[in-house]
Design a protein around this ligand. Sequence first.
Ligand code: NI
Length: 170
Amino acid sequence: MAIRKIITYPHPVLKEAAAPVEKITPEILSLFADMADTMYAAPGIGLAANQVGVLKRVIIFDLSREGENKKLTALINPEIIWAEGETTHEEACLSVIDYSAEVRRSAQVKVTALNLAGEPMELEGEGLLAICLQHEIDHLNGILYIDRISSLKRMLYKRRLKKILKVEAL
Ligand code: NI
């Protein structure tokens, strides 16, 4: 197990769609283990394989609060099969440095996926779980939450990011 480097915007790999996992191989299991290490170290509540530069449809998340037992979930080839309602929540992302913004999403979703044993599973969520599922599955389709905010807000962020990156390069 190892912590992998989290790729940040505007790296082009974050814009690419990930390919379905055909078989749960040892590589997929070690990708999962590394993603978990990487997410907890960050720390973050969710991570998609794109964010460590692997274009496979694997997401993980853990929405447990501080002090609670960890509740790590991995979904392979997740797909939203049903969505309803509307909600707005302030989102952030480990791949989008120094920013957060309100994003409008479905309030409830139902997702099908495979678990790490390769067995089909179904998950239904609302609240933070629904938002997290949509955010992470977006990653697998090459979509970042900043693609879902107004173009003005995105432009202002890009401008600010340029300055941040310039300072970091010094
Ligand atoms: Ni993200």
